[in-house]
Design a protein. Structure first.
Lengths: 177, 252
């Protein structure tokens, strides 16, 4: 009888652990802010008309160097007023694209947010403790971020994707000013 | 030791040798399969076995890999088609995975493809210009697209009809009832084209590594396969033991 109870406890314990992890996996995916909400928050008064930057020639090559692959589209849409520019960019972390909204002001990142996360894990990158590291970062002459970003264990690929997108937004902002 | 006993012993050894030979012949085929596939699997990355896809229709049929029906929209002289979440411009596969193809229209050198969840703007050569976004129109709720008699693209959304500006950056409400809209309609694709697309789709699913792995384990022959390979492994063990036994006997 005692053995049976111990086995039962063990099984229920394993089930609880399995439930905990499966819940974590499903919680990682989600849309945290819509594109419209992000733009409305970034441009307090009114959202400017969208503009586009074409990825051709040297620009295309630089983008490829930043991302380590071609950007899947020929052009990227952005929103810009006299003070800031806003970018909504996608990059694959491991298997699925992560949508990130980035606001650039005076050549430095003012704000970066994960808008939609579709990977099964690594969503810790959406939290402020991580995104705060990007604030006020700018580009070096070699098109790299001017400060090191501390990683998150278990979210390495998502962290790298975020770094690539931050670099890309800063580069594209410099191209449109 | 008597002569008769010696003869009996020699006869026993000879018959054992014959058994050993038959065991060897019986297991040679399986030994070849196991060793060749084993070597290949040890060097999967070097041989890029996981990137090479099987195109043999017989093997694909054996694995029960089937292609779904093709949905197609003719645009100018081209065809936009979808098959199992993959989008094609003629036979060129477009980047990404999509749930459903809802409509497709052409304007000059550009093609507007309405899918769920994206609206794609591509060139006539299949390069994706942009996955369109809008802050004013719920583009993802677009149900169909068409061309009005003025040559402008029109999309149908729950909020009404909208038309894009020249750069496809902004969408304006379409207000021209005098113009007639011709909505894009799906057409039954040509049989040869469908078969070509299905063949292309099927030829991009099964990696060579999977087939070699299944050959190695015997699973390629169905549920009985692993048992056959187990039997072959037992034969090989017996072969090794009988070989060793005979070697020791002869030395004596």
């Amino acid at each position: 009888m005692k053995k049976c109870l111990t086995t039962l406890h063990l099984v229920s314990g394993y089930l609880l652990i399995a439930l905990f992890f499966s819940a974590n996996v499903s919680l990682a995916r989600g849309t945290y802010q819509t594109n419209d909400e992000f733009l409305a928050q970034s441009f307090e008064q009114s959202i400017p008309a969208p503009k586009m930057v074409w990825l051709t020639g040297d620009r295309k090559q630089t983008v490829k160097n930043i991302l380590n692959h071609d950007y899947p589209n020929l052009r990227i849409r952005y929103w810009q007023n006299a003070a800031i520019s806003a970018w909504i960019l996608d990059e694959i972390g491991k298997e699925h694209p992560i949508t990130v909204g980035i606001v650039v002001k005076d050549g430095a990142i003012q704000q970066i947010r994960v808008l939609a996360f579709r990977e099964s894990r690594g969503d810790e990158i959406r939290h402020a403790f991580f995104t705060r590291q990007f604030e006020q970062l700018s580009l070096t002459d070699n098109d790299q971020l001017n400060q090191k970003i501390d990683g998150i264990s278990g979210a390495t690929l998502s962290v790298r994707a975020m770094q690539r997108l931050a670099t890309l937004a800063l580069f594209l902002d410099s191209e449109t000013r | 030791m008597s002569h008769a006993h010696h003869r009996k012993k020699r006869f026993k050894l000879k018959s054992f040798y014959i058994w050993h030979r038959y065991l060897g012949i019986a297991s040679a085929f399986f030994l070849l399969i196991l060793s060749v596939t084993g070597i290949l699997l040890n060097h999967t990355e070097s041989f890029q076995l996981n990137q090479k896809m099987i195109s043999s229709q017989r093997i694909l049929d054996w694995y029960g890999i089937k292609a779904a029906e093709v949905t197609a929209y003719p645009v100018n002289e081209q065809t936009i088609a979808m098959l199992d979440g993959q989008l094609f411009l003629d036979t060129q596969k477009l980047h990404g995975h999509y749930d459903k193809l809802l409509s497709a229209v052409a304007k000059d050198d550009l093609r507007l493809i309405i899918t769920q969840p994206d609206i794609l703007l591509i060139t006539s050569t299949g390069e994706i210009v942009e996955r369109l976004k809008s802050t004013t129109v719920a583009l993802h709720q677009t149900s169909r697209a068409g061309i009005d008699s003025g040559g402008h693209i029109v999309i149908d959304t729950p909020a009404g009809l909208f038309s894009p500006d020249a750069d496809f950056l902004q969408w304006n409400r379409w207000k021209d009832p005098s113009k007639e809209i011709t909505w894009a309609l799906a057409s039954k694709p040509d049989k040869t084209y469908s078969q070509q697309l299905q063949k292309q789709y099927r030829s991009n699913i099964l990696p060579l590594e999977r087939v070699i792995l299944d050959l190695h384990s015997g699973r390629i022959f169905g549920s009985i396969g692993p048992w056959v390979m187990d039997a072959a492994a037992v034969l090989l063990i017996l072969l090794s033991l009988s070989g060793l036994w005979m070697w020791f006997k002869r030395r004596r």
